[in-house]
Design a protein around this ligand. Structure first.
Ligand code: THU
Length: 141
């Protein structure tokens, strides 16, 4: 992926921090999901007083895209920090990795963890979810 495109995703993810609904953790997360059609779907985390209904930023982005008929993706960028201050990488939680596994080729899909436009690291889903269970497993006999 070109650096220019990575930086566009980082900016889109950072833009989501303002919308994060985080009255309980105060930990703001923003995500920007790049679909193969070139569109970017953004997401923020949305917390809940009952805690468990909380939706992570990554899943917000995925569900926005899938609910509009888009199911093919190439990359996601994630940023996060307490009170929206980016001080370290925010790796996706296990549930979000599993959602990625549902829609993405683990050898191809790229996960960009960023702190700023010049400070980021790119991983493949396979690295972050080794031996993940996905749709293909249900087709094997
Ligand atoms: N969170 C995300 O949005 N994405 C992740 O991958 C890690 C955790 C959110 C959930 C919750 O609102 C807050 O961060 C603290 O866990």
């Amino acid at each position: 992926m070109e650096k220019r495109q990575i930086q566009e995703l980082i900016a889109a993810a950072v833009g989501q921090l303002a919308f994060a609904y985080v009255p309980y953790s105060r930990f703001r997360v923003g995500a920007a999901l790049l679909a193969k059609n070139g569109r970017i779907y953004t997401g923020c985390n949305i917390e809940n007083a009952a805690y468990s209904p909380t939706n992570c930023a990554e899943r917000t982005a995925f569900f926005k895209a899938v609910s509009e008929g888009v199911r093919e993706f190439s990359a996601i960028c994630i940023v996060g920090g307490a009170d929206g201050v980016l001080s370290g990488y925010t790796p996706p939680c296990g549930v979000c990795r599993q959602v990625m596994m549902e829609f993405c080729d683990p050898e191809e899909f790229q996960i960009i963890l960023a702190v700023g436009p010049e400070d980021y690291q790119v991983f493949r889903l396979r690295e972050l979810l080794p031996m993940g269970f996905g749709p293909a497993n249900l087709q094997e006999h």
